[in-house]
Design a protein around this ligand. Structure first.
Ligand code: GLC
Ligand code: MG
Length: 572
């Protein structure tokens, strides 16, 4: 059709791209948004190679609009050798052929925009892949070069420099240092890698590194993304002199600094905040309300609040909330602390129960004993969960989370009630954690298994060929989306109803009031017109007067059974 300059009056106006919409200060979309994490390799595979891809995501976006989320966060899809499932980036500006092309990304974003979904991409600034041209140049250029100064190369200790420069451990197990062989064949310098040896840490005191990332931000902002999830946002800056630290560390693999031996010299250093201020300037120079969200495992919440001061990031994941068990007193405390602490810096609290690094909450909430974050669970783990109890707790916990003021993060598959895949065969495991600990820690594969869409299709609809990069448990047909669609008691319909009611009653921007008169093992609060009662105990809880609009278990009259949550509104 030839182009002309007359406008077809019958055509509906094109929707305004979401990245152009600016909300009133204090009312920005991200303050109350529900953001859905897509882990691209496990979401939907379009080409049958058994790995999810961007066209696959695009083809399934309608399901996310139907679920009722506001935005989608995509885990990395950049060029990468995939040693850490794409968190080892070899080119920040291009799509890995495994996932598609830049055109596929643009198509995804365009479709999302039509559906009113915003797109957040994942940026990994702490380290590159060892396959990145910058690291290859550093290796070639030799000690003392400008190229090497972009990374953390150091001489070894001891005779012949045979010992690593310090005692830091890798998050994935083993030492955080690897020695290279210099171009002339002699044993050379060591480089720091907080994660896998294929993920060398950049030196963020280097101005060239800082400037390069500002360019990366601008490139993706120009492409229309609504924001960035920032990987390891408590890393990047290391304490001067890279001092030894007392080991072993306490807590989960990503640190946090509580328990154990205090804040390690590689996490949560004051210098990171200057970086976030410079990123804030770039992001806020674009139209629309674009965001930075920090993956920062720091304790306590008072410290985490530093990441979301007005001139830094907009949000930070609330891992203290994620790490809270199904225990009323603990839930009340973390919710209370989170709301107070985040609001003290003018930021919304966030809420999250699952992601690609932790045991899915439908299993985690029924684990018995200590299970540090990142270690994972498998067939030989102790204290494995009772699946029915885990699902009941997950439904009840999600119903609490989705009523809370602030912004909530969902991880693909939780809306289906998916449990952790515990019985993965050893030889299918892919997480570097598994290899670097010689199988002592299972790692995170169990939460990364491709999700089921249709019970009767190959790979449950994940891939047309039936291939799946991690094997799907046989009984996952019962969790398939098509089995749950329209079934009132299903977890999918529970999530849809919660998101609809959350929107209708503006719960995300509401104010929480605790309700008195309940036993200690009950969480009871009100946001706007909605009363939420969650029973973490063993007994029956008498419900207040009101119409039950959401319940995670069948409720008989005013009696709330154990391990259940209801939402009530005042009867008309
Ligand atoms: C973050 C990611 C995790 C990855 C690590 C290293 O914690 O969420 O998946 O392994 O960073 O990039
Ligand atoms: Mg594919």
């Amino acid at each position: 059709m030839p182009l002309d300059d007359t406008t077809d009056a019958s055509a509906p106006p094109a929707p305004e791209p979401t990245d152009q919409i600016t909300d009133e200060a204090g009312q920005e979309w991200w303050r109350s948004a529900v953001i859905y994490q897509v882990y691209p390799r496990s979401f939907a595979d379009s080409d049958g190679d058994g790995v999810g891809d961007l066209p696959g995501v695009t083809s399934r976006l309608d399901a996310l609009a139907d679920l009722g989320v506001d935005a989608v966060w995509l885990s990395p899809f950049y060029r990468s050798p995939q040693a850490d499932a794409g968190y080892d980036v070899a080119d920040y500006l291009d799509v890995d052929p495994l996932f598609g092309t830049l055109d596929d990304f643009d198509a995804l974003r365009a479709r999302a925009s039509e559906l009113g979904l915003r797109i957040i991409v994942d940026l990994v600034p702490n380290h590159t892949s060892s396959a990145h041209a910058w690291f290859q140049e550093a290796l070639a250029a030799g000690p003392g070069s400008e190229e090497r100064s972009r990374y953390l190369f150091r001489e070894g200790r001891g005779p012949g420099g045979d010992e690593p420069p310090n005692n830091w451990p890798s998050v994935f197990g083993g030492p955080a240092w690897t020695r290279i062989t210099e171009a002339d064949g002699t044993p050379g310098q060591w480089y720091l890698h907080l994660f896998d040896s294929s993920q060398p840490d950049l030196d963020w005191s280097n101005a060239w590194v800082r400037d390069s990332f500002l360019d990366v931000l601008r490139t993706w902002l120009d492409r229309g993304v609504d924001g960035f999830r920032v990987d390891v946002a408590h890393g990047l800056v290391k304490a001067d002199g890279l001092p030894d630290h007392e080991l072993p560390l306490g807590g989960g693999s990503m640190g946090g600094g509580q328990g154990g031996t205090g804040t390690p010299p590689w996490w949560g250093q004051e210098g990171v905040h200057d970086i976030w201020r410079s990123w804030h300037e770039v992001v806020s120079s674009y139209p629309g309300d674009r965001i930075l969200v920090a993956e920062a495992w720091v304790d306590p919440p008072e410290r985490l609040a530093d990441w979301v001061r007005p001139d830094e990031m907009q949000q930070a994941f609330n891992f203290a909330y994620l790490e809270t068990g199904w225990d009323a007193a603990a839930i009340r405390t973390v919710v209370e602390d989170s709301l107070r602490v985040f609001s003290s810096v003018g930021a919304p609290s966030t809420w999250v129960l699952s992601n690609h690094d932790v045991v899915r909450h439908a299993s985690r909430l029924a684990l018995v004993g200590e299970h540090p974050q990142g270690w994972g669970i498998g067939p030989r783990s102790e204290g494995l969960p009772n699946p029915e109890l885990g699902l009941a707790r997950a439904r009840a916990a999600s119903a609490v989370m989705l009523a809370l003021p602030g912004s909530a993060y969902l991880y693909q598959g939780e809306e289906l009630g998916l449990p952790e895949a515990i019985d993965l065969p050893d030889d299918s495991r892919r997480d570097p954690t598994w290899f670097r600990t010689g199988g002592e820690r299972y790692g995170r594969d169990g939460c990364r298994v491709p999700i089921p869409w249709e019970s009767g299709s190959p790979a449950f609809g994940f891939s047309p060929s039936g291939a799946s990069w991690l094997p799907q448990p046989d009984d996952w047909s019962t969790y398939a989306r098509d089995e749950q669609q329209g079934v009132a008691s299903s977890t999918l319909e529970l999530y849809k109803a919660a998101l609809r009611l959350r929107r209708e009653h503006d719960l995300g921007t509401g104010t929480l009031t605790w309700l008195d008169g309940f036993a200690d093992d009950v969480v009871a609060f009100r946001v706007g017109a909605v009363t939420v009662v969650a029973n973490t105990g063993e007994g029956i809880v008498e419900l207040p007067v009101g119409e039950v609009v959401l319940s995670t278990m069948a409720v008989d009259g005013p009696a709330l059974p154990p391990t259940a949550t209801v939402w009530l509104v005042d009867a008309a």
